[in-house]
Write a protein that binds this ligand. Structure first.
Ligand SMILES: C[S@@+](CC[C@H](N)C(=O)[O-])C[C@H]1O[C@@H](n2cnc3c(N)ncnc32)[C@H](O)[C@@H]1O
Length: 396
């Protein structure tokens, strides 16, 4: 695919004339466009772009209809509401010009520019750089450089902050070793030292021991899905430590781990017998090692050693934790569960698990739920003080 063809007058005219993408219309539409005299290659590229735009609405909403994407670029791009958080973070740190080292199709850069920040965006890949140039063309404060950023005089750009979102996938596969990211993790840390402020997007599973002493790391979840972690350095680090940023229905909530050194492992808590309620902390709270702060705040304890389900005797209504009222505890076997669900008239279940090898969809099949039963419940498969059990509960 070549983005450049789509950026010609004819390419843009064709792309903008296309109706909403529907797989079943592709054949008849391309026949019609050929009859109108369009080049078959350009038609194919325009239809691919229409498909990518449709896919991109999940991350970019209505903006997707006027941006240009590459298939890889969509996968790697930061979704709009999270890119907005990055931009606001730099603004709060009084930064004015961001260097985006490896901007991809420019989702983060677009957010920086649309929030009034100047941005210099560098991208090595031909198509991604062409897409970024198009996507940022609206903003006079944005400059896109198509080059290996290691060949660019970064200081000469005048940027006071650097944003680095390293490529963490190759050939569709996730790269686990941070030193194999592109640029490598150690290189991102070295680049960060050259600026007053820096943000480095990393995998949520980043090992605490790799973190620099004075950084602040923020784990971000959106509506219960853990999406990323960001290492903030220099002026962009509000204080050394770790925290969770939980976005629920567009509203942001912060939860601090209480650790002043981001590298300190979280302490193991003593488990307690299951009480009236069982709780599931938000994944950003879990990954940021904020469980002990959560336990302290609400008087909770884990249900078993090294298990993130917590228990307590009072209900909690807070964005950082989901609350379930315990109905009963059953042996973790499908037959016992099926009997219990039938006797309670339960026909719909949500299945959660931690610390067991239960596969929720396989368990669901074995439960043979009766759709005529009106009741619903949550099954939480977990060790309770070391014994594998199914907790039948109701979401509060
Ligand atoms: C994860 S993507 C960035 C996605 C971007 N933040 C967004 O939201 O759209 C990482 C990008 O860095 C680029 N990259 C990696 N090393 C680079 C380098 N040395 N110079 C320029 N670009 C580089 C890759 O080609 C890739 O497109």
């Amino acid at each position: 695919m070549s983005i450049k063809n789509l950026l010609t007058d004819t390419g843009a005219q064709l792309l903008n004339s296309l109706p909403s993408y529907r797989e079943q219309d592709v054949f008849s539409l391309s026949m019609k466009l050929r009859a109108e005299g369009y080049d078959p290659q350009l038609i194919s590229e325009a239809l691919t772009q229409a498909r990518l735009r449709q896919k991109a609405t999940a991350k970019f909403g209505d903006d997707a209809s006027h941006l240009i994407f590459t298939a890889d670029g969509i996968e790697q791009a930061t979704r709009k509401e999270v890119a907005t958080i990055h931009a606001k973070h730099f603004i709060d740190a009084h930064c004015s010009h961001i260097l985006d080292f490896g901007c991809g199709i420019g989702a983060d850069s677009f957010s920086f520019a649309s929030h009034g920040l100047a941005v210099t965006s560098i991208e090595i890949d031909d198509d991604a750089a062409a897409a970024a140039s198009f996507n940022l063309s609206l903003y006079s404060s944005a400059t896109v450089i198509h080059d290996d950023a290691n060949n660019v005089d970064l200081a000469a750009t005048g940027a006071d902050a650097i944003w680095i979102d390293p490529a963490r996938r190759r050939n569709g596969k996730r790269i686990k070793d941070p030193e194999q990211w592109y640029p490598s993790f150690s290189h991102t840390l070295e680049l960060a030292t050259q600026f007053n402020a820096a943000g480095i997007k990393v995998a949520p599973g980043i090992d605490y021991s790799l973190l620099p002493r004075h950084c602040h790391v923020q784990w971000i979840s959106v509506n219960g899905d853990l999406v990323e972690a960001v290492i903030w350095l220099g002026n962009a680090s509000p204080r050394p430590g770790r925290s969770a940023l939980i976005i629920k229905n567009g509203i942001e909530h912060q939860f601090d781990s209480g650790y002043e050194d981001p590298r300190i492992p979280s302490i193991e808590l003593e488990p307690r017998e299951l009480g009236t309620f069982i709780f599931e902390p938000d994944p950003a709270v879990i990954r940021s090692g904020s469980i002990s702060a959560l336990a302290k705040k609400y008087g909770l304890a884990p249900v078993s050693n090294r298990i993130a389900y917590m228990t307590g005797d009072c209900p909690i209504d807070a964005p950082e934790i989901s609350c379930f009222k315990v109905e009963t505890v059953i042996d973790l076997n499908p037959k016992a569960l099926r009997k219990e669900l039938n006797s309670r008239g339960i026909g719909r279940v949500e299945i959660k698990k931690r610390g067991t090898d239960v596969v929720p969809e396989e368990l669901r099949k074995k439960l043979k739920l009766n759709p005529k039963h009106p009741g619903s419940a949550t099954i939480i498969a977990t060790p309770l003080l070391g014994k594998h059990r199914a907790v039948l509960a109701h979401r509060q």
